[in-house]
Design a protein around this ligand. Structure first.
Ligand SMILES: Cc1ncc(COP(=O)(O)O)c(C=O)c1O
Length: 441
């Protein structure tokens, strides 16, 4: 019998009422841990153990857990008499929109939702309404949310997807049962970093949108080759589809204007979530004025439907305003500091692997990093499934957890530094990494 408060006892209790005991399958980890407190860069579990956190709740906590200024703004909204009136415009949503549109060049107009999945879904709907077409291109190895037509082809095994397809498209692999994706035939999964496969699909189908994380961050960190994002832009212009950057993970984290700002490639639509409200549930779709204004097209047959009881919820909006204000005020010091800390982590991990004679590499963008147990960083999912040592990856993560460093124990999952991590946290992590590597090899 597990003691009360142990992760096992919480799981057993929850399983009586919640299928699997957890409300999101992606949170299912081994070892099971029940976290009860998060502060800055640290987490505490129900048995009193403390961890340095690199999961950041799947990446929203760019400023750290329970960041006081953001929490205070949310608390002030609760105490202010503001409520979810559900009628008329709100002053706060207009403030947040102005703040983002003034500072993020790719968002000429923007609208707010609650989750990244709702927002990517709306982006596709806008693209279809604008182009009058139905087909959508996604990336093998990309994740764009949980809804029917996008939830497919993220982490497949070689047996499932076969050899690299180029040019061409992959067989659709829905993330679960009960979706329509294999009946509609509107979604096409292509290899990342592969412009010819995009061209292949565009020549065969009327494509409304290509949606992609500008760099893939759901299979570690997989960066675009030089010219790839520019090539997508050119193909969008040539074939008339909308280029939608899913910046749910990369937006506000890599730069105020996300990876689009760093790459200089201008998407037609852009989706934000996660870091924009530092852990509060808010997401957004922005983009070129004309495309966004399709939402108010006088012709109802061309007008995408946007509605949501909780869209622009005052507490989440207050949190996002404070987060974005903080990022704007501190951008000149914050982003360079995150880059320096990330570089130190990367160099430290590489040094440990080299001294231990382990074949490995680190892929990183600013505060987001991942290690791969293979010679060089991958350019697509195929490189990973063909070259990565999955068993040792998970073993290393479990050893780190035992030493008080929380790398989520799922192979290749990307790690996130936050502004709350200190140099001492990084040093502690590298010491733990060294002894974890010694245990696993
Ligand atoms: C790139 C990307 N897009 C969309 C989503 C979906 O966001 P949400 O889980 O808030 O629905 C995620 C979630 O991890 C994501 O990483």
């Amino acid at each position: 019998m597990d003691k009360p408060g142990s992760a096992q006892s919480v799981l057993e209790h929850n399983r009586r009422y919640i299928p699997g005991g957890i409300s999101s399958v992606n949170r299912n980890i081994d070892p099971a841990i029940t976290f009860v407190r998060g502060e800055g860069a640290h987490l505490w579990d129900s048995e009193g153990a403390r961890y340095i956190d690199y999961h950041a709740g799947f990446a929203p906590y760019f400023l750290g857990h329970n960041f006081k200024p953001v929490n205070n703004a949310a608390a002030a909204a609760l105490a202010s008499g503001d409520s979810l009136f559900g009628a008329g415009p709100s002053i706060a949503e207009g403030r947040l929109a102005e703040l983002i549109c003034e500072h993020v060049p790719h968002a000429e107009k923007i609208t707010f939702l609650n989750t990244g999945s709702e927002a990517t879904s709306l982006a596709i709907r806008i693209a279809r309404a604008v182009t009058g077409r139905q087909h959508v291109i996604v990336m093998q190895g990309g994740y764009n949310g949980n809804h029917d037509e996008l939830a497919c082809n993220v982490f497949n095994t070689l047996a499932e997807i076969g050899p690299r397809v180029s040019p061409g498209e992959y067989p659709l692999r829905p993330l679960g049962a009960g979706t329509t994706i294999t009946q509609t035939h509107f979604t096409h999964a292509v290899n990342y970093n592969d412009l010819e496969s995009v061209r292949y699909v565009c020549r065969r189908y009327p494509v409304a949108a290509l949606i992609t994380e500008p760099l893939l961050q759901n299979i570690g960190v997989v960066k675009p080759r030089p010219g790839y994002l520019e090539g997508l832009r050119d193909l969008a212009d040539e074939f008339g589809f909308l280029l939608a950057f899913d910046e749910v993970k990369t937006g506000f984290r890599h730069a105020l204007g996300g990876y689009a700002e760093l790459s200089g490639v201008r998407p037609d639509l852009v989706v934000y979530g996660k870091a924009v409200a530092n852990g509060f549930p808010l997401a957004a779709v922005g983009g070129k004025r004309d495309h966004m204004d399709s939402i108010i097209d006088p012709d109802p047959s061309r007008r995408p439907f946007v509605a949501g009881t909780y869209n622009g919820h005052p507490v989440a909006v207050a949190a996002a305003i404070e987060t974005v204000r903080y990022l704007i005020a501190n951008r000149d010091s914050l982003y360079p500091r995150m880059e320096m800390m990330g570089a130190e982590m990367e160099a430290g991990i590489m040094d440990i692997f080299a001294r231990r004679g382990v074949t490995a590499c680190v892929a990183r963008q600013g505060s987001a990093f991942s290690f791969y147990l293979m010679e060089k960083p991958p350019a697509d999912l195929h490189d990973i499934v063909a070259g990565h040592d999955f068993a040792r990856d998970v073993a290393l993560r479990r050893a780190l957890i035992r030493k008080g460093v929380f790398f989520v124990p799922i192979a290749t999952k990307q790690c996130s530094l936050s502004a709350a991590h200190s140099d001492a946290d990084v040093r502690f992590t590298l010491d733990a990494f060294e002894s974890a590597v010694a245990e696993v090899w």
